[in-house]
Write a protein that binds this ligand. Structure first.
Ligand code: CU
Length: 195
């Protein structure tokens, strides 16, 4: 799910498939042991979270709550550690040294276009790179005036095409799930509008 220094390649892939641009990276600072600032980092698919440890003497970690996704030491002395997130979802993490330090990385889905007339084919994207080995994606869809329902469950594809059969706002959200195990939270909702 996570790659260091592979952002350019990922972006090229994303642009070529869905014409979606990623937002700039978000910087999360640790000044002392009180927590991560901001505690919620909202990023576009394939964007980067840059953790900056501003402490003179205290090390921290950024460690995914879902064991094994990532576990990095943030060394003291204003060092920076970058991670790119290539799967949509809500990724809770913590510091292994200071248990009260908790944060979340929210990775948005993408669509192209995001608004179009009836009959248009949309590309709905929940990943810019394959899920880690042993993981799959769950994607839910919300039709106009209906609740969210399972749409793609346990898939390994990164995106799909979707041609809505009616006008209105459709929404989507995705998560990463370990086969037979725990999952991340769902991503923020992605909305497309059919006029
Ligand atoms: Cu810490």
């Amino acid at each position: 799910m996570i790659r260091r220094a592979a952002i350019a390649a990922t972006l090229l892939f994303l642009l070529s498939t869905a014409s979606v641009s990623a937002a700039a990276s978000v910087t999360v600072q640790t000044v002392n042991t009180s927590g991560y600032n901001p505690s919620i980092a909202l990023i576009s698919l394939a964007s980067t979270v840059s953790w900056q440890n501003q402490s003179v003497s205290t090390n921290h970690t950024t460690t995914s709550d879902l064991a094994g996704l990532w576990d990095l030491t943030l060394n003291h002395g204003t060092t920076t550690t970058d991670l790119a997130f290539n799967n949509a979802g809500s990724f809770a993490y913590h510091c292994k040294i200071h248990g009260n330090m908790r944060g979340t990385v929210q990775v948005k889905m993408a669509a192209s276009p995001t608004s179009a007339t009836l009959g248009t084919q949309f590309v709905i994207v929940w990943a810019a790179a394959a899920a880690p080995t042993g993981y799959v994606f769950d994607v839910q869809r919300k039709r106009p005036n209906k609740p969210f329902k399972a749409w793609m469950t346990g898939v390994q594809t990164l995106q799909t095409t979707f041609t809505p059969a009616r006008k209105g706002t459709f929404q989507f959200k995705a998560r990463l799930r370990k086969v037979g195990g725990l999952s991340t939270g769902y991503s923020p909702n992605l909305a497309i509008t059919v006029t």
